[in-house]
Design a protein around this ligand. Structure first.
Ligand code: ADP
Ligand code: ADP
Length: 231
């Protein structure tokens, strides 16, 4: 599904140049649940944002669903992103001015799904995430756990083939964190490919493979036994 080859990205400011991703080659197969670990500043988010087509890169190649992403116009990147990728972030990234229902509906609007279908899918997602009773509320009226459930509902409502999560449990207590991790495991067993950035080895334990980054380089890669047992 994902092939990165000798991929690099350097941020340049007036004072410093930081190579956040340094010559990374990586393959992610359909159906994998990959965890990306490593210390703060090692390039995890940059790599995830490149994979998620939110960010461009300088050199190397990235083929996503067999199509080369290097040099793609933002418009085309956005189209690939909206059709195939769901995102979950540490800070939930919900839109404050939209209700729970409207936040979850957004990816379906972007993908031009008709209103009647949207309603069915949003209600299904709200039920699955146990948030239906909050459909008319706004993000600020919800607890952190509830906000992340809305964010996960938004990530899955379009049934994306790839779900990217950046420290999804970072602002949650362990009960809510576990709910999110169990849900991602469930989505994975139903066929979604998942890539999750985390610095928690507990969270990484839910994945099927763990890579470790340091200074923008992959320094470790291991298959995770635990997930294999679940499957
Ligand atoms: P991580 O997610 O592992 O904490 P990041 O991918 O956020 O790491 O950052 C990797 C490196 O790139 C860090 O040194 C960071 O300071 C730098 N960096 C990230 N984003 C920017 C940016 N927009 N401008 C300049 N430097 C950046
Ligand atoms: P959950 O675990 O179901 O995500 P909590 O147990 O944290 O939610 O919250 C308990 C109740 O308090 C919920 O009904 C929630 O809507 C309400 N609540 C929590 N935080 C807020 C807030 N900032 N404003 C309004 N209601 C809140």
């Amino acid at each position: 599904m994902i092939h990165l080859k000798n991929l690099s990205k350097t941020y340049s400011t007036e004072e410093v140049e930081t190579t956040a991703v340094n010559d990374i080659s990586l393959e992610v197969k359909e159906g994998e649940f990959l965890a990306i670990m490593g210390p703060s500043g090692c390039g995890k988010s940059t790599l995830l944002n490149i994979i998620g087509l939110l960010d461009s890169f300088d050199t190397g190649s990235y083929s996503f669903l067999e199509k080369e992403m290097f040099g793609l116009k933002e418009r085309d990147r956005a189209m690939f992103r909206k059709q195939n990728i769901g995102f979950v972030f540490q800070n939930f990234n919900l839109i404050d001015e939209l209700s729970v229902y409207e936040n979850i509906e957004l990816p379906l609007v972007y993908n031009k799904i008709g209103k009647a279908d949207r309603k069915i899918r949003v209600e299904e997602a709200m039920e699955r995430l146990n948030i239906s009773h909050r459909s008319k509320h706004y993000p600020q009226q919800l607890s952190g756990g509830q906000q992340q459930r809305v964010a996960v509902a938004r990530a899955l409502v379009n049934r994306p083939r790839l779900i990217l999560a950046d420290e999804p449990t970072g602002n949650l207590d362990s009960k809510n964190g576990n709910e999110v991790l169990e849900l991602m495991t469930e989505l994975n067993t139903q066929g979604a490919t998942i890539i999750m950035v985390t610095h928690s080895s507990y969270d990484a334990g839910f994945s099927s493979k763990i890579i470790t980054l340091r200074d923008g380089i992959i320094v470790g890669e291991k298959v995770n036994q635990r997930q294999i047992e679940i499957i």
